[in-house]
Design a protein around this ligand. Structure first.
Ligand code: HEC
Length: 162
């Protein structure tokens, strides 16, 4: 008898805690992040990449991205760290990720990121946009950059429309 009562109370308390938790979460994240792409969806994004990123070596790109991971996350809803979360960065206004405190240089850059701009930025961030606060020397090798940008295009792609 006693044991049943205790179990019931525990279950009720757990249920209450759960629903309180999910309400709190909904308040914080105004737009819930999209689910990550499936491997099939990623393969489709890769197939559709234009030159010079078509056919890039994604494995080499993934390895090159290790140089970014101390400051950036790539997944949907991933946290901003020293640098902003980069999910959805292609097509987004430079300095446009909500909730990240950009330098004035990046905030007023006045363009949207595409493959070519990302390539130049990663070649030499300081030179590409003087006054920005990304302390990163750059990726000097053009093939590494091509593979890295292709990997970023696949990994940070938004869910397909429809
Ligand atoms: C030492 C930390 C650090 C490393 C390493 C780093 N970044 Fe950054 N990144 C930053 C910071 C800080 C900013 C914001 C710069 C600003 O506001 O001026 C930034 C900004 C960016 C932006 C602009 C984002 C936007 O929303 O406009 C891109 C794209 C980017 N980084 C890509 C990369 C990639 C790709 C790598 C790896 C090759 C990399 N970064 C390595 C710190 C870093």
């Amino acid at each position: 008898m006693m044991r049943t009562a205790v179990l019931f109370v525990t279950t009720a308390a757990l249920l209450a805690a759960c629903s309180a938790g999910s309400e709190g979460g909904a308040e914080k994240a105004e737009v819930p992040p999209p689910p990550p792409l499936t491997e099939t969806q990623k393969a489709a994004v890769f197939q559709a990449l234009p030159a010079p990123w078509a056919g890039a070596d994604l494995e080499n790109g993934r390895r090159a991205a290790a140089r970014c991971r101390s400051c950036h996350t790539f997944t949907p809803g991933g946290p901003n760290m020293t640098g902003p979360n980069l999910h959805g960065v292609f097509g987004r206004r430079a300095g446009g990720k909500d909730g990240y405190n950009y330098s004035p240089a990046l905030k007023s850059a006045g363009f949207a990121w595409d493959g070519e701009r990302l390539d130049h930025w990663l070649e030499n961030p300081k030179q590409f946009l003087p006054g920005n606060k990304m302390s990163f020397a750059g990726v000097p090798d053009p093939t590494d950059r091509r593979d890295l940008v292709a990997w970023l295009m696949v990994e940070t792609a938004p869910p397909p429309a429809g």
